[in-house]
Design a protein around this ligand. Structure first.
Ligand SMILES: [Zn+2]
Length: 303
């Protein structure tokens, strides 16, 4: 196995949080930073000749006792060859990451999907050697906002239909395991799904709290460290003003209450504490993405 390094972990009260990744991938920098000019984002996110930047597919795994809550599932192994080339992604590394923790897919009890875009829900299924799709986590309850599912299944809007064109392929094999929630919901004691909207109308994040200790996965309202800045938002956001308001709210709480935060797509940082100095946000206690992950992915170059 190439990826022998164990996923990094943090302790949040009695919870252990392991930072799994479904791999690094490439996506258009302009799509990732919306109204922010390329001249400003290219220093920290150097684009390749096709304007793609390197991104992560971070999936925190929240473990306590025999409960194991996975947040999002990355892209998985379902992409066709042409899409694999476009996104610089192959089979997805979640199974390897779990194995490195001494766990297997059947150990996952819950999968919380922040939303149903392909880079978050693609890994709910695995394509088997006969090219059939089956649930990637056979014993898990897959938790999703009812509104998000309804948008994915039935929107007639052209842009939304394109954003969810993979949805039936992903959702049909897990149909009996789907659990629909409406609004803020406790998943297991100490782990909550909180609706933010912004990126999608029903986008949710996951907050873990035990006593004074807390961790929040900000998913696609703060997908990289650069998106901590107010106006730095993805052009995918359906309501960027809501994204700005919600991320300001949660970053402030993270500063005041000393929460760990994590990002869905940062290629260098899994998690950190956040503080403010002279009006600027800065990260402390950084949990870095191991450099061997970067070496496994396609280098940034023209095809
Ligand atoms: Zn995303």
């Amino acid at each position: 196995m190439e990826n022998e390094q164990k996923p990094p972990k943090i302790q949040v009260g009695s919870f252990t949080i392991a930072f799994l990744t479904d791999g690094l991938w490439l996506n258009d920098g302009g799509c990732m930073f919306g109204v922010v000019p390329r001249e400003l984002w290219k220093k920290d996110h150097p684009p390749d000749p096709q304007n793609r930047i390197r991104l992560n597919l971070t999936c925190p795994l929240i473990i306590r006792g025999n409960q194991a809550v996975l947040v999002d599932t990355g892209i998985g192994n379902r992409l066709r060859d042409v899409e694999r080339k476009i996104f610089g992604h192959q089979d997805g590394w979640l199974p390897e990451g779990l194995a490195a923790l001494g766990m297997e897919p059947g150990d996952i009890t819950h999968v919380v999907l922040t939303h149903l875009h392909f880079d978050h829900c693609g890994g709910v299924v695995r394509r088997d050697p006969a090219h059939a799709f089956r649930a990637a986590f056979p014993r898990a309850r897959y938790v999703v906002q009812r509104g998000e599912l309804e948008t994915a299944r039935s929107s007639s809007n052209e842009r939304l239909r394109a954003a969810y064109r993979h949805a039936s392929e992903c959702l049909e094999p897990i149909g009996s395991q789907l659990e629909l929630i409406e609004g803020d919901t406790t998943i297991i004691a100490g782990v909550q799904a909180l609706v933010t909207g912004g990126h999608t109308t029903d986008h949710q994040i996951v907050l873990v709290q035990d006593g004074q200790a807390a961790f929040v996965h900000l998913a696609d309202i703060v997908p990289t460290r650069s998106h901590m800045k107010g106006p730095w938002n993805q052009s995918y956001d359906l309501d960027a003003l809501t994204t700005m308001e919600r991320k300001a709210h949660y970053l402030e709480r993270a500063i005041m209450e000393r929460w760990w935060i994590s990002f869905a797509h940062d290629d260098q940082i899994f998690s950190a504490h956040v503080d403010r100095e002279a009006g600027k946000l800065l990260l402390q206690d950084v949990v870095s993405v191991p450099p061997n992950l970067a070496r496994r992915t396609a280098p940034l170059r023209a095809e």
